[in-house]
Write a protein that binds this ligand. Structure first.
Ligand code: TXA
Ligand code: MG
Length: 353
């Protein structure tokens, strides 16, 4: 489908929404647009359909899926003992890039939750996908639509690149407005715990929730045997084929540090202002150093672009951790396997950053 070709013809959009909803009801797979990244959707209540998601992505079976619903009124259908805080957060941030981990009801199959007694739930901020979910009448399990290990998809073309021949359809809802995945907050513990930084800044959550614990996997590479609370956080992730090194610190200092290290033919992911410094390198721009909204939109595209270039290695500038910066730097560091250098230092630190 290509919803941008419809030139406002409501009937055609409605037909495509119905077709996608039909595929979901019949146990098929559909690539769906959301405000964060594209999802690979299936009926979350149909274990057989959900298993097809794992097959298409090559996703490890122990990594649970989040379910997408059209609003908080569906929470009690799938979740047990929903705390009042969940409704407060849903009222404030849904539809939007917040996933809440809650106790699940038995109606949600083990295939969806990877056998956990909790389930991640979110309401995506995309009108077409909300309509598809409502019309299908079932919650939609949807991980990011990339092949496991690759950067997430922020356009329908990215989804086709990874999933063509493996799924029934992709709904093209345009490029994703946020560009990084949802923020995951675990509400089954006290205080609530941030399992993955994402499109909703931690600061915005803390204004409502008070202090939030941050899971170690958000900022550090875990040691062998350590388990993150979000199983997906343990995998090397978002990674292009070439090895990545992240350089932290103020933008000018990190640009200078990269300039001292790069060789001709290496790749560089840098803020727009510094692109011209790297004349003998393959450059992908992350956006202006002061605009994290654009950096979030660009980060996966920049990483993905290097799969069709043959850079020997990639150096990446990285924003600070305020606001969306926590999610952007987490995605870059995960692509680097947490291999980071502080600007001005040559010492490579793997682990605590
Ligand atoms: O923005 C998003 O959240 C996108 C769009 C498509 O909605 N989806 C997404 O799904 O990023 P996925 O599967 O790529 O990432 C979900 C993460 C994984 O790290 C998974 O381990 C974690 O959420 N997760 C899911 N259910 C969980 C649960 N019950 N407890 C802890 N972590 C959970
Ligand atoms: Mg993913």
């Amino acid at each position: 489908f290509d919803l941008r070709d419809t030139k406002g013809q409501q009937k055609i959009i409605e037909d495509q929404i119905s077709a996608a909803a039909d595929i979901l009801r019949q146990g098929g797979l559909v690539g769906i647009p959301t405000e964060t990244v594209y999802g690979l959707g299936a009926n979350a209540l149909d274990a057989e359909a959900v298993n097809k998601i794992f097959e298409a992505k090559g996703r490890p079976q122990d990594n649970p899926l989040i379910i997408h619903i059209p609003g908080p009124q569906w929470l009690p259908r799938y979740c047990e003992d929903v705390p009042p805080l969940a409704y407060t957060l849903a009222r404030k941030f849904w539809p939007g890039p917040l996933t809440m981990i809650l106790k699940r009801k038995p109606i949600v199959p083990d295939a969806t939750t990877a056998g956990l007694d909790t389930v991640g739930v979110r309401c995506p901020d995309h009108q077409v996908t909300l309509s598809i979910i409502r019309e299908a009448g079932v919650p939609v399990a949807a991980p990011s639509a990339n092949t496991s290990g690759r950067p997430s998809c922020t356009t329908a073309a990215d989804v086709m690149e990874d999933m063509e021949g493996k799924i029934d359809a992709v709904v093209d809802g345009g490029p994703c407005q946020v560009g990084v995945e949802s923020t995951i907050l675990d509400l089954t513990c006290t205080p609530p715990r941030l399992l993955r930084p994402g499109g909703l800044p931690l600061e915005a959550l803390e204004e409502v929730v008070g202090p939030v614990a941050v899971d170690k996997a958000v900022t550090e590479r875990l040691k062998d045997g350590e388990q993150p609370k979000a199983p997906g956080m343990k995998y090397r992730h978002y990674a292009p084929k070439a090895p990545v090194t992240v350089v932290t610190g103020p933008a000018e200092a990190s640009a200078r540090t990269i300039l001292q290290m790069v060789k001709p033919g290496d790749g560089v992911i840098c803020f727009d202002e510094f692109a011209e410094l790297f004349k003998e390198q393959e450059v992908e721009c992350l956006g202006p150093s002061q605009d994290k909204r654009i950096q979030a939109q660009r980060v996966f595209d920049a990483l993905r672009a290097f799969d069709s270039k043959d850079a020997a290695q990639i150096y990446a500038q990285c924003p600070d951790s305020q606001g969306l910066g926590l999610a952007i730097s987490n995605r870059l560091k995960k692509a680097a396997g947490f291999k980071t250098i502080a600007a001005g230092q040559k010492r490579v630190v793997i682990g605590i950053t």
